[in-house]
Design a protein around this ligand. Structure first.
Ligand code: TMP
Length: 205
């Protein structure tokens, strides 16, 4: 059986993690092996890098930030994602390389051609990517209701956030065969239903 790679992308407070978890649970009941993972993270080394990247105390230039995301990703792809796909599993990843293009490329101004080259180096492309879009208003409300301490990226200003959102949109529009834009302002149940229907239609799962 061929492995299937599904990724969830979007700005802060879009509800990606919730819908990724629900999709994993739903596909598990169908008997497929499902690996639910996240970026930055997914291996001990990459989770350590995540701690550094999200800590508001960490100071990194945008390029250093980018390269650390790819360092974590290289370990994650080699140790977790590729082996799972080789076993025929469904891999669901909460963020992947589109986040680097959106946050570090569109948001922080790192050379997008250089990021594209690093993406090529990973040698792996998702079969299906959901790009969840929410208004800044909804995002703010959701983040506030979580009550967590803001991480390093959540502290970026509204202009950067707007560029990131526009970047995700541009990525999805440029690759319609891989990416689906989802209106995530809707209720969580409706968002999940839309995602599950698309997974069935596009991937037959
Ligand atoms: P999350 O667990 O809320 O998705 O947090 C991860 C944070 O890391 C989020 O603010 C987006 C950021 N991020 C990047 O800036 N670039 C990346 O490549 C990835 C994977 C995440």
């Amino acid at each position: 059986m061929k492995g299937v790679f599904i990724t969830f992308e979007g700005g802060e407070g879009a509800g990606k993690s919730t819908v990724a978890r629900r999709l994993a649970a739903a596909l598990q009941t169908s008997g497929r092996e499902v690996v639910l993972t996240r970026e930055p993270g997914g291996t001990p080394g990459a989770e350590a890098v995540r701690g550094l990247l999200l800590d508001p105390v960490t100071q990194l230039t945008p390029l250093a930030d980018t390269l650390l995301h790819f360092a974590a990703r290289a370990d994650h792809v080699a140790r977790v994602i590729n082996p799972a796909l080789a076993r025929g599993a469904v891999v669901i990843c909460d963020r992947f390389y589109d986040s680097t293009m959106a946050y570090q490329g569109y948001g922080l101004g790192v050379d997008r051609a250089a990021i594209a080259a690093l993406i090529g180096l990973m040698g792996l492309k998702p079969d299906l990517t959901f790009v969840l879009e929410v208004s800044q208003f909804t995002a703010k409300q959701r983040l506030a209701s979580r009550g967590n301490v803001a991480d390093r990226y959540e502290l970026m200003g509204p202009e950067v956030m707007a560029r990131i959102a526009a970047g995700f949109h541009a990525i999805a529009v440029a690759e319609p065969e891989r990416c689906v834009l989802v209106d995530a302002n809707a209720e969580a149940d409706a968002v999940f239903a839309e995602v599950a229907a698309l997974v069935a239609k596009r991937l037959g799962l």
